[in-house]
Design a protein around this ligand. Sequence first.
Ligand code: TNX
Length: 535
Amino acid sequence: MRMGDRWSLLGIGAAILLAGSAAGARTQGAQPRAAAPPVASIPALVPQPAQMELASGDSFIISAATTLQVTSTNAEVARSARELTEWIRRATGLQVAAAAPGAASVPSGSRIEIALDAARQALGDEGYEIVIDATRLALTARTPAGIFYGVQTLRQMLPYWSEYEALLFQEPRPIALPALRIVDTPRFVWRGSMLDVARHFFAPADVKRLIDILALHKMNRLHLHLADDQGWRIEIRKWPALTAKGGRGEVGGTPGGFYTQAEYKDIVAYAAARYIIVVPEIDMPGHTNAALSSYASLNCNRQATQPFTGTDVGFSSFCVDKEMTYVFIGDIVREIAALTPGPYFHMGGDEVKTLTPDQYRKFVERVQTILQKRGKEMIGWDEIAPATLLPTTIVQHWRPDAPPASLAAARRLILSPANRTYLDMKYDADTMLGLQWAGLVPLKTAYDWDPAALVPGVRPESVLGVEAPLWSETLATIRDVEFMALPRLSAIAELGWSPRERHDWEQFRIRLGAQAPRWTALGINFYRDPQVAWK
Ligand code: TNX
């Protein structure tokens, strides 16, 4: 059974009494010092689960008698279980005790069970099930990723103050979770965001903040735009001037920076622990002034270009008829591939204005071969679509006016239409940050579309999912990034995760509004979009 109808009847986000006994005890209110039994509220989750069915029974109370049993020896599952107990501790002041192994039932207390079950095929690679009744909260998945996503759902069901790290409780504060059943699997495999660390550089700690926000939203790809005209941001041992010279500046002339290989690996590992694959992008053959200014030998005329701190695009290009260019690309790909366990490598390919179509196409196909030899699946912006592409190559749609026929021919597509998903577009005419070349992108515009049906002629099976880019011409700090990302990133997350029939703007703006206290507790600088019913 599906929850939809009852859901709208109850009104999302409203704190209502779900447990009869709790309601009764509460209204008596005779004993002044006795704590009132906790009251469960309907979970306001983002992204909305595929199926959620509230049950009519009593709530599940997390109290001093609650125990935890993990039925798996998997270390990743244990890590997710530890994270859950930490959020529970912060929510309640209670340290949930591990159940004695083999304990069949706990007569006096409630019990949390976390189990990996290989037989649950229908849950897929990322799905999970949560069943809650008065005595038992059971989280089951087929994979550790599914357990992680189930824990993110439970996290959103806990009170917002569980996000504060150092809460002190004078006495424990039991909480209630409603009896329910959630069966949840994602709609798309690709649920991503992109950070442009080239126009402005963002330190590893900033990137980790964005990763944390992605994880909260069950997103699983972080695309890093590591090189552009204004900066080269990843250490390449064979070509040290790329960072020594090409990493020095950024837009506006402020000091840039770069990731050492150790720092980059650390970011990749931090993301992987949250089931996020890092997708490295080295934009080429255009957007390459940082490289061309670092090495004279890369230029057709053997003269290094000047560093660039402006925001124009389209003026730079690799010297595509020079063999040296491909030696260089081979070295870059080898070093980055060795740091990147994920299967993808993004070669950019956008906005090349100085090559003939034939030069451009040949270049794309040659880079594709280099990547194939390194075992990487190529991704490119939608200009690459007319080239002869391998079945594994992925086209990332970004230009609202890209020819639909060439996109329809692509076998694998990521949807990042600029007029819907570009988080660097202004919300409205008054937004201080951001650009507006693709129009204004208010929250509803980011939310109200179907990735599988946007481009005429595209087969829904070829759509891997969605990605929301954060270009950083106007974004200098992670505070700026957060302001442009949230709440629109939540909209993209829901497009990526929730089935089409769960999308509902009116419900979304209420569920989203309920996230405000949590985001505030996390210190996120989000935009209080007037379209949202903020709590
Ligand atoms: C277009 S999206 C670009 C970027 C800019 C962005 C600004 C794409 C593939 N190219 O170079 O940063 O617009 O919104």
